[in-house]
Design a protein around this ligand. Structure first.
Ligand SMILES: Nc1ncnc2c1ncn2[C@@H]1O[C@H](COP(=O)(O)OP(=O)(O)OP(=O)(O)O)[C@@H](O)[C@H]1O
Ligand SMILES: [Mg+2]
Length: 391
């Protein structure tokens, strides 16, 4: 007895869920209409010292008193002084100019530095790729780096976290930047600068993903048959804007696609999030094999292709679970320093942030930065290059 038209059934599910989600969002964010309307919360002097400047708390307090004309922040209940992130970055700039922050600890590219382009990738779904991309971006942005996220996942979860929805808001997505003009139905390709959206988080811009990214795959197959190269599609587009950023982070879908290959070609660093389960490690082997042969073909096109760093990060890690503990030391013994020595802990703060569709720095209204710091930001600090300052 087949009475249901599949397309209509799935379409109805989609409409019903979409409507329910909108209603839920408007309840959740009332009196604002969107979660980004509230903007980012303010930070205490201790947070400024620990997270943004990575400076001793008492030293920072001393500088704040000694240097004239710095932003004073606002006094909140409990006699706590708080600062907006913009104020924090202004203070950082002034302290740097006054010689109180060393060159090494001052964020940003130094002369001759290339923009770091990090591919956050693993074939496996649900291993925290998006969570890592969003949190790494926030950590770096708090430190004062200028970050561009490129959301290459048609599910566009990272864009959702930052409250930028290309499909809903009818704005350009990365697909519109990468599309093949000659094959499209009349719509011109969008210049990359026009697809960049500022987010509510200072120092973080994003080029949103959209479901239309799936079309890029079909179009690429046809274009490749006509001899149009696709490898350099992302790097060519990015070259126009990347100088304005210290770090570009690619959030990727849980599969190998033309888009991911173009991102591999465009990136110069790789972060591989990995869950601490035996099956995850088994599929990691297959993933590494596939990534290695894909890179081999990229190296055939560009023999100079190099990565500044490739690091694996254990995610959703519970150190109290003996099986995970064992697996973690197995991975460290086998992969050595390529495994970041600080894991991304399983954390209710992070899970809650996902559940309420808030990137975690917004949810630190409920979860203290100290918890987030332990959960992930410590791992960010373990990254090489001057991304994070001294650890
Ligand atoms: N450290 C953590 N502690 C607790 N929950 C986490 C943690 N990291 C991620 N999560 C949760 O796990 C789920 C999957 O995470 P995420 O979406 O980042 O994975 P993903 O690899 O991007 O998934 P996909 O392959 O679908 O793109 C989310 O609900 C997220 O909130
Ligand atoms: Mg994801």
């Amino acid at each position: 007895m087949r009475e249901l038209l599949g397309s209509a059934t799935l379409g109805n599910f989609s409409e019903a869920l979409d409507e329910a989600l909108r209603q839920q969002a408007s309840r959740l964010h009332a009196p604002d209409s969107r979660k980004s309307d509230k903007g980012l919360r303010r930070f205490t002097i201790r947070e400024m010292a620990d997270i943004a400047f990575r400076m001793n708390y008492n030293t920072l307090r001393h500088h704040l008193k000694a240097i004239e004309g710095l932003p004073e922040g606002e006094m909140e209940s409990g006699n706590r002084r708080t600062f907006s992130l913009e104020e924090i970055h202004e203070i950082q700039q002034r302290l740097y100019e006054a010689g109180k922050i060393s060159n090494d600890m001052y964020p940003g590219k130094h002369e001759g530095d290339e923009t770091t382009k990090i591919l956050c990738y693993n074939l496996k779904g649900g291993v925290s790729k998006t969570t890592c991309s969003a949190n790494l971006a926030q950590f770096l942005a708090m430190r004062g780096f200028k970050v561009l996220i490129v959301d290459l996942d048609p599910q566009a979860s990272c864009s959702d976290l930052f409250d930028i929805q290309a499909d809903l808001d009818n704005i350009a997505s990365i697909y519109d930047v990468l599309r093949y003009e000659e094959q499209s139905s009349g719509d011109a390709r969008v210049p990359i600068a026009d697809a960049i959206q500022a987010t509510y988080f200072p120092n973080i811009d994003i080029i949103p993903g959209s479901i239309s990214l799936t079309e890029f795959e079909y179009e690429t197959a046809t274009a490749a048959a006509q001899g149009i190269p696709f490898y350099s599609r992302i790097s060519d587009a990015l070259s126009v804007v990347e100088d304005a950023y210290d770090v570009v982070i690619f959030d990727t879908p849980p599969h190998m696609s033309f888009c991911v290959i173009a991102a591999l070609y465009a990136s110069n660093a790789m972060l591989i999030p990995l869950s601490a389960g035996m099956l995850d490690v088994v599929s990691l082997v297959k993933f590494l094999d596939l990534a290695s042969s894909t890179l081999e073909s990229i190296e055939g096109v560009d023999p100079d292709k190099r990565f500044d760093f490739v690091r694996l990060l254990l995610t959703r890690y519970s150190p109290n679970d003996p099986a995970q503990l064992q697996l973690s030391s197995f991975l460290r013994n086998t992969l050595g320093n390529s495994m970041l020595n600080t894991d991304f802990l399983n954390s209710t703060a992070i899970a809650d942030a996902g559940n309420t569709m808030n990137p975690c720095s917004r949810s630190i209204r409920q979860a203290s930065p100290a918890r987030l710091m332990t959960a992930f930001w410590k791992a960010c600090m373990a990254l090489p290059w001057r991304l994070s300052g001294k650890s």
